[in-house]
Ligand binder design. Structure first.
Ligand code: AKG
Length: 311
């Protein structure tokens, strides 16, 4: 990555060095990203749900693995994972060039039990159609609640696989194990080939997966059902916006023509004024048009029409 471009995009030197690794290798591990006591608190808050949740069904989720989502409903401390400033900076670096804003894609607790086989290697971007290899669709962030080791099923990744989109599988010997302690965090791109590892130890491996996707994509978890307005009203504004109580300019995801954040108000008006939410470029285009200096085709672009097709 061109160092000048990197510096312009990521002036924070620590963030810039992790970002460079993330984009070069398709993943990076940040040791000591969070006070491990926060992880312990999350672990306590989720304990009874881990115990009571049944094993998954299906070869991909894993029949000796437990998973559950909606974690912001189940643990207050999870907010420190989701809103970690360094992580958000790196996600912005990877997804920012391709969207107006990114959203929370999922929060999922994953407990891989002893005897679990390795998961199928996959790229999480496969859930969306569209070209692959040209843009990043999501960034995954794995927060370990127990140590992650080669024996107990730490995430396995294929470095550089984000640049090999034509290769669905790569040799096992080219993979690396994301060994890390609670408090550290693993980030990897949606284009990076990876899998949950086999658990050959005698204790479960617990981790919290948080992922963020381009703001114009359907989210893996239907976040606004998980966190309807009555719940989201209790969240910090930044978190509510990440869930989807925000507009992706131009005008995407609106409620009655406004940002769905209007639903977080105590008194939602009966009659709501539809209100433009355009990108700065579009606003500039309209301003020029109003001065009489631009062709109608350019205006059609505001609604996403192809100017040539429309001509
Ligand atoms: O549990 C892990 O380490 C990775 C899980 C994963 O990649 C997935 O479920 O998509």
């Amino acid at each position: 990555m061109d160092p000048k471009f990197l510096e312009a995009m990521m002036p924070d030197v620590v963030a810039a060095s992790y970002f460079a690794r993330l984009m070069a290798d398709g993943y990076c591990i940040i040791p000591g990203a969070l006070d491990p006591r926060i992880g312990e608190q999350v672990n306590c808050e989720l304990e009874s749900r881990f115990v009571q949740t049944p094993f998954c069904k299906g070869a991909f989720y894993g029949e000796t693995t437990k998973r559950f989502g909606s974690l912001l409903n189940r643990s207050q401390a999870i907010q420190s994972f989701v809103l970690n400033p360094l992580v958000l900076k790196l996600v912005q670096g990877a997804l920012g060039p391709h969207c107006d804003r990114f959203n929370l894609n999922l929060t999922q607790a994953i407990e891989i039990h002893p005897g679990a086989p390795a998961q199928f290697a996959h790229r999480d971007q496969a859930m969306w159609g569209g070209p692959k290899g040209e843009l990043e669709y999501l960034v995954n962030v794995m927060w370990p609640l127990t140590p992650f080791t080669a024996e107990n099923g730490a995430t396995v990744l294929w470095p550089g696989s984000h640049r090999k989109q034509d290769e669905a599988f790569l040799p096992a010997e080219d993979s690396v194990v994301a060994a890390m302690e609670p408090g550290s965090v693993l980030l990897f791109l949606g284009s990076t080939l990876h899998a949950g590892g086999a658990n050959r130890s005698n204790a479960p491996r617990r981790g919290i997966l948080v992922s963020y996707c381009l703001g114009w994509l359907r989210q893996f978890e239907t976040q606004m059902l998980n966190y309807p307005p009555a719940v989201a009203r209790g969240f910090p504004r930044e978190l509510a916006e990440l869930i989807g109580y925000s507009i992706h300019r131009p005008n995407l995801g609106n409620y009655e023509g406004q940002s769905p954040a209007v639903l977080l108000e105590r008194d939602v008006p009966d009659f709501i004024q539809a209100q433009d939410a355009l990108t700065p470029e579009q606003q500039a285009m309209i301003a020029q048009l109003e001065k009489g200096g631009i062709a109608m085709d350019a205006v059609r672009n505001i609604r996403g029409h192809n100017a040539q097709a429309a001509a």
